[in-house]
Design a protein around this ligand. Sequence first.
Ligand code: FAD
Length: 432
Amino acid sequence: MAPPIQPKIHIIGAGWAGLSAAVHASLHGWQVVLYEAAHHPGGRARASEHHGQTYDNGQHLLLGAYADTLALLGTLGVPMDEVLERHPLHLCDSQGHGLRLPRAAKWRGIMQATFNNQRWHARDRLSWLSWLASLGLWHLSHQVILALTGKSWDVSVSQLCALASPRVRRDVVEPLCLAALNTPVQEASGAVFARVMVDAFSNAPQSCDFLIPRVNLSSLLATPAVAWLKARGASLHFGQRIQALSDLPRLAHEPVIVATSAWQAAHLTRGTHPDWSARAQDLCHYPIATVYVSAKAPPPLSRNPDPVVMLETTLKAPAQFAIRTHFKSRQGDDQTTVWALVVSDSRGHDRESLIALVLAQAEHDLGLNAPQLERCIVEKRATFAALVGQRRPPMRVGPGLWACGDYVDGPYPSTLEGAVRSGQAVIEALKH
Ligand SMILES: Cc1cc2nc3c(=O)[nH]c(=O)nc-3n(C[C@H](O)[C@H](O)[C@H](O)COP(=O)(O)OP(=O)(O)OC[C@H]3O[C@@H](n4cnc5c(N)ncnc54)[C@H](O)[C@@H]3O)c2cc1C
């Protein structure tokens, strides 16, 4: 007897959302046909070559709360401990002062870390703990009202932390909001921020850990996903940009998933689904700059051995975080370390002055000895801005046409986890 014929599904885009959709579709018995405009998969989260050196397209941090991303890596057989370095959440300056959560922090650990934080007075410590608890309650009431009435409401992160002390706002809320939402607190959605914070702080004990890739982003997910899909007979077309949905070689009943970025999805659907397209087009995007610098390790002035260091941010010192990477410097010797200094929401800076300011910040604030520029990558439309009260486009575009991507309606901001969840959710929706 001939094997049963698998139904075909067409996916446009091989970023983390498209790859997640492709893997889940394959697991649910679909025959996957994937089209990717670039010659390599990974989208915004991929390795990028420059003068023979490999960096990432921008430094990425994952959180222990990225449950679906970790599950996807597990499905692909990626050896998690080899590719991800797990560190407890430390929000400390280059002298090592700040909030240091212990490994597998539960409430007791969070309280202990709060009282050990030497940067804070007693009123800051109380302010932080009461703010964290009230954020959890706010999120819960938001969820209950949403479930009962179907209506969502929102306030800005700045309104949500109006009662927090200025130090708590400056040391924790503002940097975490920029890191997670790439949006400043005055504009950022309180509902989205509360969701990320609650997932990180109140779920499984290790959910607020930082996970730093030990390999480049392509080796982390895209390459294993492509190998896995090929082994399952998926048909993968790289270097093939879909110009119009009508160009797809498909039968009328075969579903299509648009897994591109928001602006490309808006372009593809403009003629056929103008309302959906307008909503995708309306999202506004903010840039992120990553300045890779190298210096002999360890930094002589720094007393903080953590791989993630929080920097005091001002107009003249624009980077918020410095992350010690696994990348090799151009010098190629083992004593030189490459740091990624990340400027979230880098609007208002031109490239050359940004590089000069960040190099000075690497020397004076991080304490690096004569830091050298390795590479500066400014991704102009890095993430959509998670604005207050925003209406994101839904995953169903029209009959037989679906969308997934970090921007599609969902609980998460523009993140790897948001993209992976969206890819998975669209396949679940297709089953019904
Ligand atoms: C600099 C930077 C730093 C970041 N830092 C973090 C971080 O620390 N943590 C975190 O969780 N997230 C971070 N993000 C966000 C994260 O990278 C994105 O949310 C995620 O990669 C989005 O994936 P996606 O699949 O939705 O979209 P994309 O990655 O944009 O993928 C879309 C794909 O579709 C393809 N495509 C487009 N049009 C067509 C077409 N017509 N035909 C065929 N193919 C097409 C594109 O080439 C692309 O490969 C960062 C992003 C950037 C840029």
